[in-house]
Write a protein that binds this ligand. Structure first.
Ligand code: NAP
Length: 521
């Protein structure tokens, strides 16, 4: 009998009526599970109220340090089930060992980071800045504070990170003292549900702190309230629907958006094929195109190279792609699995057709299986990066990138900015003046820039790797959100307020506070 995913709401597991949506194996097309949220058992208003009242109260009774210890126990519980999660990733996402590791190990790594980072925070709220005198005698003063939100953190997540997508957010919300209700993308919700189930069964989190809705979101947004925060990851189109939901607008519900992004890898004009940075650059592009079959929000979509190196770079990337075996991830030699399902395959092929209006095919990998949701790794070449219509605009969520030559520094900066807001750009060069100019020139439209010169060499953390210590998010098209960045991440889950009054009251209010500077250490 096919697995039917239950949801965990108001402290109880509930099952929807009917089949609902089918989750599939992208290699075979077979149904691996069903997820339904139909029926009266799904009282979303009551579920969110339970999270706010019971979960929020339980979490806020703990100190940051106590919650950090809880986050650490979540990481341990998940790490113990790693093999099971890899199996689910392969069955439902078509993930290779490396793909599954990126998602699952990325989740535990991030949880462990926040467990450690929060361990020294022995307080229950945050004092923001110094005392502000408001009277000559000193009898009247002001103090800013930050307190954990008294609502629920609603995570509406994308299909490509069923593990990391939940836990990189939950680590921060739970550490802040805010209960979590996750609505994973239905297509890959099995892994998220299994992880939540393991954590709930382990009895690590207090009642109401963690809930999951598997399947259609139904009228979830009708029940969000002013104390809640919506953290959305997914397409810009869905983000716009959620942002403009009448209840979200009417209640001014806080919302953080992580959306799509046309990220660039940039090669400096000083880097010729003999320079080891050249090979490092090519390796990074190939890795970014093939890992998770290109289904990463941070993946390299545009390869910006000096005109003189365009053909050398194209040939080297093509050779790298040709060496990557495509197929069923059950085969240990396979480097590129399928995309997540036939819907995503269709969407990627449609996007590629648009890119081809601007670009030539420089390489298309052979031997992709003829059935299943496979996209052959494809490298395109576009000679008019500034005027091209689609290459700076269409995110193909698959193993596809476009090489775009640039004439000079000014043109390079202009092309990189044509992404209209990106999560990340990486820059490979030993020319210090060039890297400084480019970083400054693109900073307004990029959340993160990774610079690799000969002194960094292989020590860099990777273009697409999101480090919990560093900011993740980008302006404009990338959604305008901010996540992670070390303990800065806690700010999203707090509300700032100021109290004006007698200093004795301000002292009393500050008794269980940590200082805001602790978040920026
Ligand atoms: P999507 O189709 O926009 O779906 C995202 C989530 O929104 C899913 O959970 C979906 O649920 C839910 N949803 C759809 N309509 C809704 C509604 N009316 N009310 C409430 N929830 C609703 O995105 P996707 O295809 O899963 O993800 C791919 C995109 O995510 C790519 O563009 C990628 O770049 C982006 N992404 C960005 C980041 C980042 O950190 N910036 C990370 C990962 C992915 P159902 O699945 O049930 O429809």
């Amino acid at each position: 009998m096919t697995l039917r995913l239950k949801s965990f709401l108001a402290g109880k597991w509930v099952e929807g009526e009917g089949d609902g949506a089918a989750l599939t194996n992208p290699v075979t097309g077979a149904t691996v599970a069903f997820a339904s949220t139909a029926g009266k058992a799904f009282d979303l208003a009551a579920a969110m109220d339970f999270s706010r009242k019971t979960g929020g109260k339980n979490l806020r009774a703990m100190t940051y340090a106590e919650r950090a210890a809880m986050v650490g126990k979540i990481a341990e519980t998940l790490a113990a089930q790693r093999a099971k999660y890899f199996d689910i990733s392969r069955e439902n996402s078509g993930a290779t060992e490396a793909d599954a590791s990126f998602d699952v190990d990325g989740a535990t790594f991030t949880l462990k980071y926040f467990a450690k980072a929060g361990a020294g925070l022995a307080g229950k709220k945050i004092r923001d800045g110094g005392r502000i005198g408001l009277s000559k005698s000193g009898a009247f003063a002001a103090q800013h504070f930050l307190s954990p939100l008294e609502g629920v953190a609603i995570f509406i997540n994308a299909f490509n990170f069923p593990a990391w997508g939940l836990w990189e957010k939950a680590a921060c919300a739970l550490l802040a003292g805010v209960p979590v209700l996750v609505k994973p993308a239905t297509a890959t919700s099995w892994l998220t549900q299994e992880m939540v189930k393991d954590v709930v069964d382990a009895g690590i989190v207090p009642e109401g702190a963690l809930s999951i809705l598997c399947g259609e979101a139904r009228e979830l947004l009708d029940h969000v309230r002013e104390e809640d925060v919506i953290c959305f990851t997914g397409s810009a189109a869905t983000a716009a629907t959620i942002k403009t939901h009448p209840n979200v607008i009417a209640r001014s519900v806080r919302m953080n958006v992580e959306a799509d992004s046309l990220n660039s890898a940039i090669l400096g004009a000083d880097v010729t094929p003999e320079n080891p940075l050249f090979e490092l650059f090519v390796k990074e592009v190939v890795r970014e195109m093939t890992l998770k079959a290109g289904q990463k929000c941070t993946a390299i979509r545009r390869v910006l190279v000096p005109k003189a190196q365009a053909s050398a770079v194209t040939e080297a990337i093509a050779a790298g792609l040709a060496a990557c075996k495509i197929g069923d991830p059950k085969d240990a030699e396979v480097k590129v699995g399928p995309v997540v399902n036939s819907r995503q395959q269709k969407s990627a092929l449609e996007g590629m057709a648009q890119l081809k209006q601007d670009a030539e095919v420089a390489h298309e990998s052979k031997d992709a299986p003829s059935s299943g949701a496979f996209i052959p790794p494809t490298l395109l070449a576009c000679n008019n990066g500034l005027t091209a219509k689609h290459v700076n605009d269409v995110e193909v969520f698959g193993p596809v990138a476009t090489v775009i030559p640039y004439a000079d520094e000014a043109e390079l900066i202009e092309i990189a900015r044509r992404g209209c807001g990106s999560l990340v750009a990486s820059l490979f060069s030993d020319d210090a003046a060039f890297t400084k100019n480019v970083v400054t020139g693109i900073a307004g439209l990029h959340g993160r820039t990774l610079v690799v010169d000969s002194s960094v060499n292989k020590q860099h953390t990777g273009h697409g790797n999101v480090m919990p210590q560093c900011l993740h998010g980008g302006p404009g098209r990338a959604g305008g959100g901010e996540e992670l960045g070390g303990l800065r991440a806690l700010l999203l889950y707090h509300r700032r307020y100021v109290v004006q009054g007698p200093p004795t009251l301000l002292d009393a209010l500050g008794e269980d506070c940590i200082e805001i500077n602790a978040l920026f250490a």
